[in-house]
Structures are given as structure tokens and as C-alpha cells.
Unconditional design. Structure first.
Length: 430
């Protein structure tokens, strides 16, 4: 405790504030003439600013989310004074203020500074912090539990929550889910995670719970890290921007999602998240683009067999026409290649699949289809080369290699057995 007080004194002197300021009670603070100049929150912000200037001048540019996450790290490692400064800085920046106030109270409690701990605890619950379970169970607060003022806070908060509980539950049915989503978001952000799937999961949940600012950050991270698989993340970003009122960005991301493979005419027609876009002329063009780029348009109403020039001729004509106006559409190149393949125009199909890969549209699937086309042309070496590329790129051979007739010309080759073994090993791993 003496060490902590000496450190408080040093920080206070650097900031030009007396040590006594830190130990004033709430009533004393409110009555003090100094309350007109500073508050406990501002004192701690100064501490945090001082730390930032000493350690890294660039930290002054960090946002509240950074200071919130930094505060947790400092608190968990036992650096309670610095943690108080970081959380207080987050409060000053308007980030999760009630939670930060609670964490400040925990820090002071662990420093055995009951006056400041009780002051910030009272402010936390007055500011909307509602984790009564932590108030009753959090070991950080153990030094306060024998104090009558702590018991008064518990009684007051508990009775208030009992009276308002039913109403608040109805008004905020997703409150716990939002808290969980925010925690997951902060964990990913603190770790500088590059797991695009986790960013997408959290971002989609935040979108559904209408935390649009965090949803934007999370879904942008998802798009960056999932690569060619990001069609749904791009669509959800479009929804997020639409709900935020930024129609231009919403339409940009909607177009990107369609080009990336998003294929749901029902959502474009009915999703309430993008209702604000439906009156836009550009939206109607995107709806038509989505319709044209859906392979279901050319495959669902035909009684012809899979391999049929007659069946696929309209599709080839459609996508060739589309590509004259949109030559950089990887999805259109893929659809053209698919149509050519089933028209038995395998050489042209390979060229089109390669263009799809060039524009980063479903590279593993395009590689696998190039292998199939080479197999059907009797080019075994090229077929095995592209089969290996597709597997290396992440294509799930297990679900295709056993029964795909396109690969029949390869089955007697010893090299095919190695791919079968790889598929068997993958099944065992599952």
C-alpha cells in the first residue's frame, strides 16, 4: 500500500494535483472549491495523458475503444493506477462510460482507497451499469464489503432493479446479447485478430442488435480477412451503411456483394435493413444485375441434360453480352466459364475460369473446374496440376472427387490415388 501511495503522489505531482484530491469522498469533492476546476474523472484523464506522453506520444490519437481495452490489460496485470487512468481516458472520450466507471471503482478498491472506490461505484450504477451480480460477487470489491456505505449501494441498486426489472427486460430484451457481442468485439480488436470468420460473426450480430458503429468496424475487418468468401460480409456492410443513412456507400457495398457472389433476390426485395435504398434508380439496376448473374436464371427451367449446347447457349450469349459492359466482373466470367464447360467448350471454359481467378472470384472452385475441363480434354498432367492447386487453395475435394464424372479419365492414374488418400485422411480427421 505504501508503494501505491508513493506512486499516486508522484503522478499527482507531475499532474500538478495534490494527493489529497485522490482520497476525497463524494460529498467532500462536491463541496470542494476545486470541483469547479476538475473532477475525479478529469484527474484520471490527466494521469492517462501523462502516461501517454511519457510512453508514446502517438497514443493521444487513440480512440476510446483503445483506452478501454488497454485499461483491461493493465488491470489484469495488476497495474491498477495506470488502469484507472486508461479507463478514465475512455470515459472522457465517451466510450462505455458506465462500465469504465465500474472498472475505476474496482481499481481503487484493490488499492484500498475506499472513498474513491465508493464514489466511482455509485457513479457507475447511477450511469446505467446494471451488473448486480458483479456488485455481489466481484472479488475486486472485497475491501468494501464491510463498509456500511457499500451495503447501502447494494441495497439501493438491488431495490431499484427489482422495481424496474420487468419493464427494463421488456424494453431491452437484447441487452445481455449486446454486452456479450461488445465483449467479443473488444477481444478481437485488442488481439488485432485476422480471423475474418470471427469478425463476420461478431459484426453480423452487432448489426442485428443495431450497434452500427461497431458493426461497421467488424464487418470491414471481415471483408479484409475473408477475401473472396466475403460476399455476405459485404452485403451486411451495405445493410449497415443503409441503416446509418449513407446510401451511396450502401449501394457501393451492395454492388460489391453481388459481384462477389451474393445471390438472394428475396433479400433484395424484402430485407428491411435496405428499405431506404429501394427508391434509388441505382438500386433497381443492381437488382437486375443480381438477377442476370444468378445461374439459377439459366438452369432452373430446362429439361435438357447437364451437358447440352442447346441448354447453355442462351447463358453463353447472356454472359458474353454482360461482359462487354462489365469486363472486370469475376462472377460473370465464372458463369460464362460454367456455361461453356457444360456446352463441352472446355478450352474456352478454361480461359474464362482463369479470368474469374484473375478477378478473385471463387479461386479454389475455378481451379477445380479447370482440372475437370483438362480431364475431359484428356490433358492429364494439366488436370492433376490444377487439382493440386485447388486443394492447396482450400477446395473441399472430399465432397467431389469420389463421384465427379468429369474426373473419370484420371481414376486409373496412380496420381489420382494420392488425392483419394488425402480425401480419406480428411474424413478421418473429422
Amino acid at each position: 500500500m505504501k508503494t501505491n501511495l508513493r506512486r499516486l503522489a508522484l503522478l499527482a505531482l507531475v499532474s500538478g494535483i495534490s494527493v489529497a484530491t485522490f482520497s476525497q469522498t463524494r460529498d467532500q469533492w462536491q463541496k470542494s472549491d476545486k470541483s469547479k476546476q476538475a473532477s475525479p474523472r478529469i484527474v484520471s484523464v490527466r494521469m492517462a495523458n501523462n502516461e501517454a506522453n511519457n510512453e508514446d506520444g502517438d497514443r493521444a490519437n487513440h480512440d476510446g475503444a483503445y483506452w478501454f481495452s488497454h485499461g483491461y490489460s493493465l488491470h489484469e496485470s495488476g497495474h491498477y493506477i495506470d488502469a484507472i487512468g486508461a479507463f478514465s481516458h475512455a470515459i472522457g472520450l465517451g466510450h462505455r462510460q458506465a462500465t469504465c466507471m465500474y472498472n475505476v471503482a474496482c481499481g481503487y478498491a484493490l488499492l484500498n482507497d475506499k472513498e474513491n472506490a465508493l464514489f466511482w461505484l455509485d457513479r457507475a450504477f447511477g450511469g446505467g451499469f446494471d451488473r448486480i451480480d458483479l456488485l455481489k460477487e466481484d472479488s475486486d470489491l472485497d475491501s468494501l464489503r464491510s463498509d456500511p456505505r457499500f451495503k447501502d449501494i447494494v441495497q439501493r441498486v438491488t431495490s431499484t432493479r427489482i422495481e424496474d426489472g420487468a419493464t427494463k427486460k421488456k424494453e431491452h430484451p437484447d441487452h445481455d446479447r449486446l454486452n456479450e457481442a461488445i465483449i467479443n468485439f473488444e477481444q478481437l480488436r485488442s488481439a488485432s485478430s485476422q480471423d475474418g470468420d470471427q469478425w463476420y460473426k461478431v459484426g453480423s450480430r452487432l448489426l442485428g442488435l443495431r450497434d452500427l458503429e461497431r458493426a461497421t468496424v467488424a464487418l470491414t475487418q471481415a471483408v479484409e480477412h475473408v477475401g473472396y468468401r466475403g460476399a455476405s460480409a459485404k452485403y451486411n456492410l451495405a445493410c449497415t451503411y443503409a441503416l446509418k443513412g449513407d446510401r451511396d456507400l450502401a449501394l457501393d457495398w451492395l454492388e460489391k456483394s453481388i459481384n462477389a457472389g451474393f445471390d438472394s433476390s428475396d433479400k433484395l426485395r424484402e430485407d428491411p435493413d435496405i428499405a431506404s435504398l429501394r427508391g434509388e434508380s441505382r438500386f433497381k439496376k443492381l437488382q437486375e444485375m443480381n438477377r442476370l448473374l444468378s445461374l439459377a436464371l439459366v438452369t432452373s427451367n430446362s429439361d435438357e441434360g447437364q451437358y447440352s449446347k442447346q441448354r447453355w447457349a442462351p447463358a453463353i450469349k447472356l454472359y458474353e453480352s454482360f461482359l462487354r459492359d462489365h469486363p472486370d466482373s469475376g462472377r460473370a466470367w465464372f458463369n460464362l466459364a460454367y456455361s461453356l464447360h457444360y456446352s463441352s467448350e472446355h478450352a474456352r471454359a478454361i480461359e474464362a475460369f482463369e479470368r474469374a481467378i484473375q478477378f478473385d472470384y471463387k479461386p479454389p472452385t475455378s481451379m477445380y473446374n479447370i482440372a475437370c475441363a483438362n480431364s475431359m480434354m484428356g490433358r492429364k498432367d494439366a488436370a492433376f496440376e490444377w487439382l493440386g492447386k485447388s486443394a492447396q487453395a482450400g477446395f473441399d475435394l472430399e465432397n467431389y472427387i469420389r463421384g465427379d464424372q468429369d474426373l473419370d479419365s484420371l481414376r486409373s492414374d496412380p496420381r489420382f490415388a494420392r488425392f483419394m488418400e488425402r480425401s480419406n485422411d480428411h474424413r478421418k480427421d473429422k
